[in-house]
Design a binder for this molecule. Sequence first.
Ligand SMILES: Cc1cc2nc3c(=O)[nH]c(=O)nc-3n(C[C@H](O)[C@H](O)[C@H](O)COP(=O)(O)OP(=O)(O)OC[C@H]3O[C@@H](n4cnc5c(N)ncnc54)[C@H](O)[C@@H]3O)c2cc1C
Length: 354
Amino acid sequence: VILERVQLLAKENDLLFPLNFGAKGSAQIGGAISTNAGGLRVFRFGMTRSLVLGLEVVLMDGTILSSLKKIIKDNSAYDLKQIFIGSEGTLGVVTKAVLKLSEAPRSRNSAFVGINGFQNVVQFLKFTDKELAGTLSGYELIWNETFQKMTTPPSLSKAPLSYDYEYYVLIESLGSDQAKDHVALENLLEGALGESIIEDAVLAHTDSDLDWFWKIREDVHVIVSQCAFDQHFDISVPIPLIGKMIADATKKLKEVDGVTDVYPFGHIADGNIHFVIGKENDSVELKNKINDIVYGPLMAIGGSVSAEHGIGLHKKDYLSLCRTPEEIAVMKSLKKAFDPKSLLNPGKVIEINL
Ligand SMILES: Cc1cc2nc3c(=O)[nH]c(=O)nc-3n(C[C@H](O)[C@H](O)[C@H](O)COP(=O)(O)OP(=O)(O)OC[C@H]3O[C@@H](n4cnc5c(N)ncnc54)[C@H](O)[C@@H]3O)c2cc1C
């Protein structure tokens, strides 16, 4: 079943399936589970693994491993489903799932905010989280150049704020009372402006404002379509270190011969940054040089080469930058136990000796 269909079915029953990302119209639940997809509401609801109550998986030897219970707590020994969630189809094939739904929120409010200084991006996150008392569900960061690209033609979306700020944050609150929550967000923004944490803000007043704001963030294709030989990243970095890490990486990337564009943005409340990089050619040498700049600092700062998109083939060589040899050895033991002939997605994620 396609993710968007699950979202709609939940909505028709006054419920919410909170998993949400740009590919919702094509991604299947099996794919989302296998990649442990994250997306736009992880800060509040968690990644796919926290939205799965039960799972049926078919193993390579034909065994049907079925645990389709609808219970939340189950500490009866190992939680086997979690081994398959995020394993990118290398350990078994997901055939059924019991998903965890939430009560549908009765209010949805969003605002675009202009901020200078990364310390203020962090400060505003803490401020918003405290003030919204559990209803903050999205906190997306867009760097200035990326914001400009997302809001100038051929993009069909116009900019809701001027281009005067270093960072643009799109926040979302999901609550219980539309009028009250709208005022609460308005007051919060006034408070943050008063304390000079933020420079400017614009609140979505209508559903079409909400669509406009979120289309800007979700339509990454508008950037990708303007970058030749696009190379993508999905890294995790401890939140306070993101500003400097991205500034350093962007500077180094722009100095590389053959790099034409660098566009960072991300799910910053989760410490997750995406990059789209445009290039003059598709050479392996250029690709590796870019990988070294982006992945190089991650080990020292305790980051990850994949926040939510997985390892697949492209990031296999960099797994050891964020996983210890002992962890990788245990992963290989698991692969050998579940798929000794390496027939499931062979060569992806980790290699085993046959
Ligand atoms: C425009 C766009 C935006 C995106 N934004 C985000 C985002 O914000 N956050 C995020 O986390 N991800 C994002 N993604 C990635 C997205 O999570 C994955 O593309 C999607 O979840 C995978 O689902 P799929 O059905 O397309 O799987 P596929 O692409 O078909 O498969 C993905 C992997 O899972 C395996 N697989 C698929 N189905 C099964 C199954 N039933 N059992 C076992 N293995 C299986 C496949 O073999 C493959 O290795 C985005 C992708 C796009 C294209």
